[in-house]
Design a protein around this ligand. Sequence first.
Ligand code: NAG
Ligand code: NAG
Ligand code: NAG
Length: 252
Amino acid sequence: MKAMFGPVIFHLLLFCASQTFGVRIQSDPAVTSDGVIHTELEQTVSLVCQLDGGHEPPVDEELVWLRNGAVVSLTEGNKKGQSSVCVTPVIYGDNGATFTCHLSKNATVTASVTLNVTYHPQLSGSEEVAVEEEAELVLQCDSWANPPVSSLSWTLNGSVVDLIAGGFTLTNDGFTSKLTADFVEKGLHEGTYQCIATSPIYGESSRQFRVTVTEKTLKLPLNPIIAGVVVVGLTAILAVVSRWDKITKCCR
Ligand SMILES: *[C@@H]1O[C@H](CO)[C@@H](O)[C@H](O)[C@H]1NC(C)=O
Ligand SMILES: *[C@@H]1O[C@H](CO)[C@@H](O)[C@H](O)[C@H]1NC(C)=O
Ligand SMILES: *[C@@H]1O[C@H](CO)[C@@H](O)[C@H](O)[C@H]1NC(C)=O
């Protein structure tokens, strides 16, 4: 019997030994088992770091917070035994940010959490666009999202834009989806466009563009010619005036 209990007691001792105090992060919203906090733009995340484990944690141990390795400045009363930081409002740049808390004396006693900020593409509303015949039409939609959009499509008058028939080019750099037509024709390009993004977690969002094609204005300009005539006329008058000046002077 004794021989059987031996290993059990040994393991229990090991367990207790590894329970010397450490630090622990609690948060709202809660940390998932893989150390990630899921949140959204404009939200608030509060983090509390506490001494943990040991039977009598020394309350005067100072704590340090880091955000992506940079020290977060804390007020005096917010360091000993327990320390809180608050991320508010959550911004794009907080996505993937890692918050680490450790003992001021011993940086190996540490705990970390990482933020996962989810957001859908910023698409909404509608816009009036006027473009001249034969000019270039450029329509742009935000496509930046976490998680990435599963699809982004463009429609014209309710059906998927025919890139070839309309002479369109479509580009997407992960931030912006851009639909371009180099040579606008009223019959081909006027109408109501929509870009529709689908997020795996937020569903669809869209933005509308009401495009009107206006007549090409005569670019060969009359105005500069008139201006030219005026300048020439003025110069002639000035010449006569200065001439007259000289003439009258020499007559004296
Ligand atoms: C820091 O903490 C670790 C883990 O608790 C411990 O093994 C180590 O001896 C400590 N170092 C110092 C300098 O106290
Ligand atoms: C963040 O959360 C989203 C939605 O739950 C998930 O699809 C994505 O993979 C997560 N990203 C990371 C880096 O954990
Ligand atoms: C789209 O609909 C508008 C209004 O009905 C129409 O004037 C326009 O020609 C249509 N555009 C195309 C490309 O069919």
